[in-house]
Design a protein around this ligand. Sequence first.
Ligand code: ADP
Ligand code: MG
Length: 177
Amino acid sequence: MSTSAGQGHHDQQGDDGRRTGCSLVTRSPEETFAVGAAVGKAAPPGCAICLFGDLGSGKTKLTQGIAAGLSVPDTYVVTSPTFTYVNEYPGRLPLYHIDLYRISSADELSDLGWEEYLETDGIVVIEWAERADRWLPDKRIEIYITITGADERRFAITLFGDYPAVYEALTSRARLR
Ligand code: ADP
Ligand code: MG
């Protein structure tokens, strides 16, 4: 995996006006899983992780890693919640895995209990986060995944808010290589 830390800068985004970012590349599904695990280990209570990227880019693979990082027992198989929109898994913190692929408009969000999930102390992972439009929380982690090769994926990560442990986990992985 190779990583470059973006320049931390301040703007009007996020609760406390803080926004930092970094980008990295993985070259296998296992590496993506490992990135997810690092994020899951470091994620603080109430953290919303918004995933963007085409079908097959690795959103679910990354989420499986996040679950492992949260110590979700591996008797649970983490898959995209196709018929339910939301799957819940017990871990160090509860994991709420939401997939918005099938919603037809952001109006449906309140029916699936959107606000309640975002108010918990658990970790919320949202696939197809763009479909939530302006209803994404101000404080959040955005991860854009691009398919750059058969087994290569590029991750552009922006932290809207203060997530020092997550930032450290993402950037320290690169320093080990
Ligand atoms: P999504 O949830 O975005 O539709 P999935 O995680 O379900 O994507 O699927 C990603 C697919 O891409 C899997 O079949 C996985 O094996 C493959 N793949 C190949 N290289 C990578 C990589 N570097 N990271 C993640 N997945 C990869
Ligand atoms: Mg998926």
